[in-house]
Design a protein around this ligand. Structure first.
Ligand code: FUB
Length: 309
């Protein structure tokens, strides 16, 4: 009987469904990475409770962006021997029938072990296993803290990883099996591409012949956190700031930032997935995950996002 109760408790805790509008996920979550695998939307966020509790990742899946299923603890510090805290800001992709999950761990500083890791699984909901047994990027290069990675597949099949906190952004080229990085044709391993205003949370999107580089500005713990973008003909820039895409709205929420974008090819719609702080909330980690539609104008510029409830 004891085992039956334990089994029921496990099933109830590890997966459950719910439906709601913004915020689309219940509880404190941030830095959401959105993806569409087949006909299913996925969101992989940071668990944004107290700093010391940020030691695992939950995932969320949906067929319609309204009804969600929670998949508890798809990766945690016990599965990554070098990670002990600050499991942050996933980036995901699928390749060759496997699902890859890049993450930050340890809020690393100079001389410490931590940084950006990569895990792999057979299913989007995991369980994910550490691919390398060590960080993919541990070092602080060009002043960029190794966190907030985004992995972009270019049209020629190359995988570029954009990453960086502390106001600096680097781009690196990944090996095809994601076990390391390879030099660019000029021999450089790390290229700094930091645009004006950049703080963290880089993201890359290709649309109609342009590379849209996006990032977060301002302090993530404050109300004026926001998202801006640049446009370029190359995935390596240069990236000149064009405009703000997403920012606080006194009628809706503050601290809107650290986003990703889901392109639903079947509907040809773009959805921005981001976190924001409910009005009146001042605790830095009290962040919630939201989704709104993102539009381009006829010249290819991204229109300011209207946050909704
Ligand atoms: O959630 C932890 C950190 O807060 C992220 O790495 C930053 O981008 C900021 O959102």
């Amino acid at each position: 009987m004891k085992y039956l109760f334990a089994l029921i408790a496990f099933v109830v805790m590890s997966s459950f469904s719910f439906a709601q509008n913004n915020p689309i996920i219940r509880g404190w979550y941030a830095d959401p990475e959105g993806a569409k695998y087949g006909d299913t939307y996925w969101i992989f966020p940071t668990y944004s409770d107290a700093y010391n509790k940020q030691v695992f990742f939950d995932a969320f899946s949906s067929r319609d962006l309204k009804h969600w299923e929670m998949h508890h603890d798809v990766l945690d510090t016990s599965a990554v021997k070098w990670a002990k805290r600050a499991m942050w800001a996933p980036a995901v992709l699928t390749k060759g029938g496997k699902y890859y999950f890049f993450f930050g761990a340890n809020d690393v500083h100079k001389g410490e072990v931590g940084g950006i890791g990569v895990a792999v699984a057979d299913k989007p909901e995991g369980p994910y296993k550490d691919l390398l047994g060590k960080p993919l990027i541990n070092e602080i290069v060009n002043g960029a803290q190794p966190i907030d990675q985004y992995v972009f597949k270019d049209n020629d099949g190359s995988y570029y990883m954009y990453y960086g906190g502390w106001g600096h952004c680097n781009v690196v080229k990944l090996k095809d099996d994601f076990t390391g990085i390879v030099p660019f044709p000029d021999g450089q391993l790390y290229k700094e591409i930091t645009p004006e205003g950049y703080v963290e949370g880089p993201y890359m999107l290709y649309h109609n012949g342009y590379y849209y580089f996006m990032w977060s500005e301002g302090g993530w713990g404050g109300p004026d956190y926001k998202v801006a973008y640049a446009m370029s003909k190359s995935p390596l820039g240069p990236f000149k700031r064009v405009a703000t895409v997403l920012q606080q709205d006194p009628a809706i929420a503050t601290g809107a930032g650290h986003h990703s974008v889901i392109h639903s090819v079947s509907e040809d719609k773009y959805y921005i997935v981001y976190h924001r702080r409910p009005l009146g909330e001042t605790a830095a980690n009290h962040r919630v995950v939201c989704v709104d539609e993102m539009f381009f104008d006829k010249d290819g510029h991204i229109l300011p996002v209207k946050m909704t409830k």
